[in-house]
Design a protein around this ligand. Sequence first.
Ligand SMILES: Cc1cc2nc3c(=O)[nH]c(=O)nc-3n(C[C@H](O)[C@H](O)[C@H](O)COP(=O)(O)O)c2cc1C
Length: 328
Amino acid sequence: MAHLTYHSHRLSIAPMLDWTDRHYRYLARLLTKHARLYTEMIHMGAIVYGNKEEFLRFKEEEHPIALQLGGSGAQQLTKATKIAYDFGFDEVNLNCGCPSPKVQKGSFGAALMQDVGLVSDCLKSMQDSADIDVTLKHRIGIDEEESYEFLRDFVGYIALNTQCKTFIVHARNAWLKGLSPKENREIPPLKYAYVYQLKKDFPELNIIINGGINTLELIQKQLENVDGVMVGREAYQHPMFLQKWDQVFFENESGITIEDLIQALYEYTKQELDNYPQLKLRNIVRHYLGLFHGQPRAKIWRQMLSNSDLLSSNRPELILEAYEAIKQ
Ligand SMILES: Cc1cc2nc3c(=O)[nH]c(=O)nc-3n(C[C@H](O)[C@H](O)[C@H](O)COP(=O)(O)O)c2cc1C
């Protein structure tokens, strides 16, 4: 049961393709010790047949950490779940919310909400394969299906037929035709009331709300209605937002200072570049660009850390130099 030590979904950082890789997650973990971290969505086939180490490695400090899987075949999802368990993940989350055309073509992501029986079969098989928390992330509906009853029946069926107890609900529909993934995160209206109602109808389930939550006050308000809050874009684009989370929502611990953070990021980057010679500095520091968002000299920081000439040397000291430049 060692794998089930970490239970809290009170606050989490959303799975985001190309964004929540291990380098970003390490930054996030320096800022909040307790929020649950999610990987990017990784296709089950990549895990079963690909370079597992490359896709799945993470640092011990990243716990509690969840792997998000994309796919819809129970057999491969189950194999991938077992592998995730062996790697030490605390949770495996199935993606039922991604509307991208590529994902639709593979019949997974949000399209899966049309086939609750298949989702249940997948979750059951995944759960049976390993002693690990298996959870679901989904939308409130798809296309013209706007009724609360659709959402209630979807969750109700899964709760009845599987051991899945945690439902992470992106509180807007996915429109499978006509909208890009980006538009699908902005245009379908947010309906938080649907998620609150879900908590009322299924008080025994762990209901986590997601979508458009970007201030401490909004998080607080959501926590009065549901069990947890998942934050996506705000956590990535303005990482210092996370600095107050532990203090406000967990154990009153004060967050890391900016000086200590920069030093820790430098040490981390140096170690990564030493350990993985193929790695490029730009792949790590691209996640640091938003750190000084809203501050007068933020532009200098961003310019230095995205300057091709400066990055080409692959020297981690660039982080310290950029910080010196904005401190003056
Ligand atoms: C760049 C980007 C990539 C995303 N990739 C994924 C993904 O891999 N899996 C997933 O379930 N959601 C993905 N999402 C959706 C987020 O997890 C989240 O549901 C959405 O951004 C709404 O939350 P927010 O308003 O706090 O950003 C992605 C969002 C963004 C911005």
